[in-house]
Ligand binder design. Structure first.
Ligand SMILES: Cc1ncc(COP(=O)(O)O)c(C=O)c1O
Length: 481
């Protein structure tokens, strides 16, 4: 009998509240109890106007007199107040528990933000995005509101196919493209697809983005670290592993910054072919190349073996959570299934807006503008480092939004990162990205995308002072002794 009384009802009208009408005593008591609990718990705050007894009775499928009786009881008990013609509301002195302020202590951003993973959020193309979103909303047919293909909107997959062919030399088709919520999600679902096909081990560059090893492990696969050098991932070392797939950043190794040499690229593809393995090409910042023509994707060398992965996290903003995979045909169906299982598909209007942005040339214009912007910043930073600390040799400077400063003997990155923290300078030591047993230099990974314009010069000065002044020297002396 109790179950027949259990009723969850969302009331509409002046307020919207989930009432759990579970009680053994009868419908009036159940309603009274539910309202009293809501008031006590602070879900109904003092002054909140309740629906009329007629409206609530209709919504809950009760007699109006049952609701009126429950209201009267609660008025008598001091939880509610009522006035003829003015309705019923929660009493101002009802024993409501104060609602906790929704203020989570956000980790403070550093004052000088030289973290490598952030673009200049201040330059997000708000006007173009708003225009694209508006157009998408106006022009879209009603069918976009219905459930859709887990691979994403066909409009975006078409736009990306063309964009990737012309800008990254990727060979793909709308059928092979899958839109995901950032590369991190893409990596997770690729791992699931590969595991289902029998894969056990995934090779990752060492160092690599610190998120990638745990993502691979969370999918039940073993991580095999493979070292990198100035030509990128050392393919000969990869060949010593029995990895079923490898994740690489050939255009701009993250974080060291090497561009994979043509010979290594060929060797990498040969490795995949000989071992029936897959390559996941993480092209996270391939749009930002400064010193020569963009380096074409490895995927173009063998679209049957290479999954190309791109993201809007650097070109637009990580907060959009928009990325895409160009899949070899044997992986498409399973990837679509896993994408659907994850969260069905990416939010439709963001996808349509990105398609608009690409189709109308706004995306390319934005990337060109940002390339100049970041190149200018990189040059300023390099000049400042050269002036202040000529003994340091920045590397990985040809592309992307960060560079690497190898430290001279006697300096440890941990000490400098600690000193940077004291000065509210956000930067990372290479250790943050290491996950293998290999020897590494002591080095700092310095981003130049994040600071807003008004803070960029100050951030560069904060870094150079950190490098040259007595504090670093003192820290260095301490670490030597
Ligand atoms: C190496 C690397 N891969 C991929 C990404 C992009 O990840 P997502 O698309 O999940 O934001 C980043 C972003 O910082 C990155 O550094």
């Amino acid at each position: 009998m109790k179950s027949s009384l259990r009723q969850e009802s969302r009331t509409s009208g002046e307020f919207d509240l989930l009432l759990d009408l579970a009680a053994a005593k009868g419908r009036r008591s159940a309603l009274e109890l539910a309202l009293r609990d809501a008031i006590r718990a602070g879900r109904l705050r003092p002054g909140t106007r309740l629906p009329s007894s007629r409206v609530l009775a209709r919504e809950l499928g009760m007699a109006r007199s049952t609701v009126s009786d429950a209201y009267s009881q609660l008025v008598a008990a001091g939880y509610l107040e009522t006035q003829q013609g003015a309705g019923t509301w929660v009493a101002s002195n009802a024993a409501a528990r104060p609602v906790e302020e929704f203020e989570e202590p956000a980790p403070a951003d550093p004052r000088f933000d030289l973290r490598p993973h952030l673009p200049d959020l201040n330059r997000f193309p708000r006007t173009a995005w708003a225009r694209a979103l508006g157009r998408a909303l106006t022009d879209a047919s009603d069918s976009v509101f219905a459930p859709g293909d887990p691979r994403g909107r066909p409009e975006l997959r078409r736009s990306l196919t063309e964009y990737l062919a012309r800008s990254r030399g990727a060979v793909t088709s709308p059928r092979q493209l899958l839109v995901c919520n950032g590369f991190c999600q893409g990596l997770r679902l690729l791992c699931e697809v590969l595991r289902e096909r029998g894969a056990r081990r995934i090779a990752l560059e060492d160092p690599c983005l610190f998120l990638h090893p745990p993502i691979v492990r969370a999918a039940g696969l073993e991580v095999v670290p493979v070292p990198v050098d100035r030509d990128g991932l050392i393919v000969a070392r990869l060949a010593e592993t029995s990895a079923d797939a490898v994740v690489v950043t050939p255009a701009h190794q993250f974080p060291l910054g090497a561009t994979m040499s043509p010979r290594r690229r060929a060797a990498l593809v040969a490795w995949a072919q000989e071992n029936d393995a897959f390559i996941v090409e993480d092209d996270y910042d391939g749009e930002f190349r400064y010193d020569r023509q963009p380096v074409a994707s490895v995927q173009g060398l063998d679209p049957e073996r290479v999954v190309y992965a791109g993201t809007a996290s650097k070109t637009l903003a990580p907060g959009l959570r928009l990325a895409w995979l160009a899949l070899p045909p044997p992986l498409i169906a399973a990837a679509a299934v896993h994408r659907g299982l994850a969260d069905r598909y990416a939010p439709v209007f963001d996808q349509l807006a990105l398609a608009e942005l690409i189709d109308r040339g706004d995306f390319d214009r934005h990337v060109r503008k940002m390339r100049l912007h970041y190149r200018g910043r990189r040059d300023k930073l390099l000049a400042a480092i050269r002036d202040a600390a000529p003994q340091l040799q920045p590397s990985g400077i040809a592309a992307g939004l960060h560079l690497v400063l190898e430290l001279p003997p006697g300096l440890t990155e941990a000490a400098i990162v600690a000193a940077a923290q004291q000065r509210s300078i956000g930067l990372f030591g290479l250790a943050t990205f290491r996950h293998g047993p290999f020897e590494h230099d002591q080095a700092l990974v310095v981003g130049y995308g994040a600071p807003p314009d008004h803070n960029f010069d100050a951030s560069v000065t904060a870094l150079t002072s950190l490098l040259v002044d007595g504090h670093v020297t003192a820290v260095a002396a301490q670490t030597i002794s």
